[in-house]
Write a protein that binds this ligand. Structure first.
Ligand code: GDP
Ligand code: MG
Length: 371
């Protein structure tokens, strides 16, 4: 059911199917007009053609069951921390690098200084915050994007200096490019005597990633997750890239964002880690995420501390959900419990009906079924 034909995809985007087929060919996939594409491919193509895949159906909006994001005025925007994802080939050191950055930036002895694993964490460098999504691998990245949920501002592409560019490196590059997310190359395992960072730089050229020393603009840093060499420089590079991006958000108003992780916790019930992308999330707010809702009972930060509110780019655990939402669901604060019930019940019903009704007929229906 999580599929759409070439024709339908083209129709939904008001693009010519021949252009969709052409793009697919460029991706190395031969397709005819009635061939079925999986959700990831469809989303990749849609993004390549400059479309944003909407998570909500038109019906949601028409029936007033979904609040479209407020149009923020420039003067209401203030700088926010960058949100970073680590991508790359298996065994090139994604997890090690995430752990090393986290460890290196936990102040020992500080109250609550031990970071909790909540699916994301924040570090501070030169007085500025950086948010890392703790979901390495491009699967997580694409799963979220398939729901039209862009979470990442910057992708760190980890390439092991003793192994070079590998299939998942290339995949990662494609996904980051399709999403329009700038890449910082972390040439890892530089401590190894077989390390050949220049080979990595040269190999990247073939995939149109031009690092500075090769005459391009992509920033690269030599690191070792093992010895922690280069980690400071990597964080400084992230801040440099973030400055160029001029990342901003409105901190006022009802919060919106993304569910990064969710689970059923024995003692605490349904717990969701969310990334606030706009506004401020407060204890007591009523939140709708996909088919579930919550009156926020508690907010817990990445250090395990209870907090009263969370600002844009902040990851935070939300307690109080009626059920477990899905990673990749968007969340938004609504005014009343009645409204939260109305929206989630409508969505649950819509999903039941579509599932009963057979195959998806539009991209939006497909996206809904994915939720
Ligand atoms: P992932 O699959 O990309 O998450 O890779 P991991 O972080 O699991 O690392 C794969 C292997 O490489 C593990 O055995 C790590 O200990 C090792 N490794 C990761 N980073 C480094 C590094 O900087 N230097 C060395 N020597 N080994 C590393
Ligand atoms: Mg790993």
């Amino acid at each position: 059911p999580e599929a759409i034909t070439v024709q339908e995809l083209a129709n939904r985007m008001a693009e010519r199917s021949v252009d969709v087929i052409k793009l697919l060919m460029q991706q190395g996939q031969m397709a005819k007009i009635n061939d079925i594409l999986d959700a990831d491919t469809a989303e990749l193509i849609a993004t390549e053609l400059g479309h944003t895949v909407k998570r909500v159906s038109d019906a949601d909006v028409e029936e007033g069951l979904y609040d479209l994001p407020a149009d923020d005025k420039a003067e209401d925007l203030t700088p926010r921390p960058p949100v970073v994802t680590i991508m790359g080939h298996v065994d090139h050191g994604k997890t090690s690098l995430l752990d090393a950055i986290r460890e290196a930036n936990v102040v020992s002895g500080e109250a609550g200084g031990i970071t909790q694993h909540i699916g994301a964490y924040q570090v501070e460098k030169n007085g500025q915050k950086i948010t890392f999504l703790d979901t390495p691998g491009h699967e997580a990245f694409t799963a979220m994007r398939a729901r039209g949920a862009q979470a990442t501002d910057i992708a760190i592409l980890v390439v092991a200096a003793d192994d070079g560019v590998m299939p998942q490196t290339i995949e990662s590059i494609k996904h980051a490019k399709a999403a329009g997310v700038p890449i910082i190359v972390a040439i890892n395992k530089i401590d190894k005597h077989e390390a050949d960072p220049n080979r990595v730089r040269t190999e990247l050229l073939q995939h149109e990633v031009f690092v500075e020393s090769m005459g391009g603009e992509v920033l690269d840093v030599e690191v070792s997750a093992k010895t922690h060499q280069g980690l400071d420089k990597l964080l400084e590079t992230v801040l440099l890239q973030a400055e160029v991006l001029e990342l901003k958000a409105n901190v006022d108003g009802r919060a919106e964002g993304l569910v990064i992780e969710a689970k059923l916790d024995r003692g605490r019930g349904a717990v969701a880690t969310v990334l606030v992308q706009r506004g401020s999330l407060h204890v007591g707010d009523i939140v709708v995420a996909g088919t579930e809702w919550a009156r926020v009972r508690a907010l817990i930060n990445d250090k395990g501390e209870q907090v009263k509110s969370a600002l844009p780019s902040t990851p935070v655990e939300v307690l109080g959900f009626s059920g477990v939402p899905n990673a990749g669901d968007r969340f938004s604060v609504v005014e009343t419990e009645a409204r939260a019930r109305e929206v989630t019940e409508y969505r649950q019903r819509a999903i039941r009906e579509k599932t009963a009704g057979g195959g998806a007929t539009s991209l939006e229906q497909m996206m809904n079924q994915l939720k």
